[in-house]
Structure formats: structure tokens, C-alpha cells
Design a protein. Structure first.
Length: 201
């Protein structure tokens, strides 16, 4: 069975009492009184591009994570995740965390880039920030997830789930301690590799 690597990020407007996940998605990070900024980028070959973050003025950066995946990298199985540069800083896969479960030829590495992101954002004017990304080999995409806190995020919870889902269909269930009756629930799905009926992306 082919599978795809995922980063699922959730922002809740009320505190989550209890949460578990099925379908190989596992809680990775939890931030109280926080929100998330998420952006993804795919380039061809050893290319370059920009990941963006929309962070309000006066926000405190709680954590920042760069996910980089390779499906076909190096034509080997499991695939090689090539190093990347984020704002000029070289990130080698050996310095990151290989996501588990890792049951397919694809690999996803998560880097903690909090220091890189914080130095670019904290104390700045707020709004849209650009982060230059350069792939040194043929990776299959990157996602930047930033958790931040400010006065407007009080009462919210931000969660990040990592894992894999089957490309033939899968189910993920978030179990709450009681029925969710709060405000808006925002969920984002960052898929490092997907398949459409007519093509692989």
C-alpha cells in the first residue's frame, strides 16, 4: 500500500481536553493560547522559492518547524531527503527528525527552525514575512509551520499532528473529552505527496 507523509495542523478556539488520532497521525506539538501560520512550497529539481508566514505585530514565536519530503529522491528506497537551506542556513537531514511511522519509500524530515524564524520575525512590523528556501537535490516539497502567541490568540489551542495516510483513502478521528461546542475549528492539511486521478501531484 502506498502512503503519503503529512503534517496536520489544527487551531482551536477553545482548549482541547483530550485528543488522540488514528490512521498513523500522531500529536507532535501543542501550544496553549496560540495560533499557527502554515505555508507549503514545491520546486522542480534543486530549485529555490519562498515560504511565507503571516504573523501579527507583537507576536511571540513559540516554535517553528520545516518539513521536507522526498518520494523519489536518489531513485533509492527509502528515498533520500536532500539538505535544504532556509534563509541561507544549511539544514542536513541528520540534524532533523525523521517522521514516524515510516512505512513507505517516502521520507519526511522535520527541522526545528525556531531560531531562524524568531530572529526574522520577533520585533518586526508584523504581516507577511518571506523565507527563502533552496533545495540541494530533488525533494518533493516543504512546509513551514509557525506557532505564535499574542493578545488575540488567548483562549485558543494550536496542535500539530505528524504522520502518514494511505493514498487509497484513510480516516483520521480526533477524540475530544466531550462534544465540541466552542467557536470555529480551523484545520489545515499539508500533504508532501498526493495523487490525483490524472497525475501524481
Amino acid at each position: 500500500m502506498s502512503r503519503r507523509s503529512l503534517c496536520v495542523a489544527s487551531a482551536l478556539s477553545v482548549a482541547l481536553m483530550a485528543c488522540s488520532a488514528l490512521a498513523d497521525l500522531r500529536p507532535s506539538q501543542y501550544f496553549a493560547n496560540a495560533s499557527l501560520s502554515i505555508d507549503g512550497l514545491g520546486v522542480v529539481g534543486a530549485g529555490t522559492g519562498q515560504l511565507q508566514a503571516n504573523i501579527p505585530s507583537g507576536s511571540q514565536i513559540l516554535g517553528a518547524y520545516l518539513y521536507t519530503s522526498s518520494i523519489w529522491g536518489g531513485n533509492v528506497s527509502p528515498a533520500t531527503v536532500f539538505p535544504v537551506r532556509l534563509n541561507g542556513t544549511l539544514l542536513n537531514p541528520s540534524a532533523g527528525t525523521l517522521l514516524t511511522p515510516n512505512v513507505n519509500p517516502a521520507n519526511t524530515v522535520r527541522y526545528d527552525v525556531t531560531n531562524i524564524v524568531s530572529s526574522a520575525i520577533q520585533g518586526g512590523p508584523g504581516g507577511l514575512y518571506n523565507f527563502n528556501l533552496q533545495e540541494t537535490g530533488d525533494n518533493d516539497g516543504s512546509v513551514l509551520v509557525i506557532a505564535y502567541r499574542n493578545a488575540a490568540t488567548q483562549g485558543r489551542s494550536a496542535l500539530i499532528y505528524d504522520g502518514e495516510l494511505s493514498t487509497t483513502g484513510d480516516t483520521t478521528r480526533l477524540n475530544f473529552a466531550s462534544p465540541y461546542t466552542g467557536g470555529n475549528l480551523i484545520m489545515s492539511l499539508a500533504s508532501s505527496f498526493s495523487r490525483q486521478p490524472s497525475f501524481q501531484y
